[in-house]
Design a protein around this ligand. Structure first.
Ligand code: CP
Ligand code: NVA
Length: 307
């Protein structure tokens, strides 16, 4: 049995297998064919934080595959009143076929997975957001940006940046991350990525200079400067991230054919300007739609590994 907690646990071949499944499922859906690949299966969806895309894509995805989704918020579960993660895991995983969890601490997620009898999917933790990055990779493939890309991530060294580090390291491409000083990615995740990159040939560059990072990039991306749970730091962050907004002037330094990606939700005028987000090279809504197709690929792949 496999879990889906971070791309670090997956080989390039396995990542391609999951994305391949998503591409097939998406094509079938567009042709009006909905195969009940998870007929009668139940997905528990534990969300300790807000979500639009992750929640809707998993819930719609499991229904479209012939299964049922149980949305369980922190307000409803005893987890919200302090029940242990390991007890919750042993109870819920005796009743359902798969679990997706959105939580703050990655360790809580790992604890749940350790005690779970069924596959567990990371729906976002403070360390990683791997389902998002597979949707981003699928979007790069569809936009023909997956061959020798130069990806520039300009912004906070957060869970999305960490997931880009893992994707680049595994798939062997060039990733440049530019953050303000003091907002760099977690050092141990960065070092893990460098170690993986030695084998795959990925080129990973960290800097504090957005103009240098974006130069000739073929994929430009960012994320909110203030992640969920950091709201009280917002004012300070708005000051510290000055000069890191991907506006038309900065975007013009990328490759003329570069695409813009953003996991969303976006905050216009902060990490990205309205013109770039709404511009013709922005693929953000295709990227958001691809969450649906990739979640289905992940669930089907994990289910196959159990059989
Ligand atoms: N990108 C993403 O995960 O969005 P949600 O927080 O809306 O799920
Ligand atoms: N870094 C953001 C991603 C939201 C999808 C957060 O953790 O809030």
């Amino acid at each position: 049995m496999r879990h889906f907690l971070t791309l670090k646990d997956f080989s390039a071949k396995e990542i391609k297998e999951i994305v391949g499944l998503a591409i097939k499922i998406k094509k079938d859906l567009k042709n009006g064919k909905r195969e009940s690949l998870l007929h009668g299966k139940t997905l528990a969806m534990i969300f300790e934080k807000n979500s639009t895309r992750t929640r809707v894509s998993f819930e719609a995805g499991i229904y479209q595959l012939g299964g049922i989704g149980l949305f369980l918020s922190n307000r409803d579960l005893q987890l919200g009143r302090g029940e242990d993660m390991k007890d919750t895991a042993r109870v819920i995983s005796r009743m359902v076929d798969m679990v997706v969890i959105r939580t703050d601490s990655h360790m809580r997620l790992e604890e749940f997975a350790e005690f779970s009898h069924v596959p567990v999917i990371n729906g976002l933790s403070d360390s990683y957001h791997p389902t998002q990055l597979l949707a981003d990779y699928l979007t790069m493939i569809e936009c023909k940006k997956d061959k020798n890309p130069i990806v520039a991530y300009i912004g906070d060294g957060n869970n999305i940046a960490h997931s880009w580090l893992m994707l680049a390291a595994k798939m062997g491409f060039e990733l440049r991350i530019a953050t303000p000083s003091g907002y760099e990615p977690n050092i141990s995740i960065y070092e893990d990525a460098l170690e993986i990159a030695e084998e795959s040939g990925a080129k990973i560059i960290l800097s504090n200079d957005p103009k240098e990072a974006i130069k000739d990039a073929t994929v430009v991306t960012t994320d909110t400067w203030t992640s969920m749970g950091q709201e009280e730091q917002k004012e300070q962050r708005l000051m510290d991230f000055k000069g890191f907004c991907i506006d038309t002037a900065l975007f013009s330094k990328a490759d003329p054919e570069a695409i813009f990606l953003h996991c969303l939700p976006a905050y216009r005028g902060q990490e990205v300007s309205d013109r770039v987000l709404e511009g013709e090279r922005s693929a953000v809504f295709l990227e958001a739609e691809n969450r649906l197709h990739i979640q289905k690929g992940i669930m089907v792949w994990l289910d196959q590994k159990r059989n």
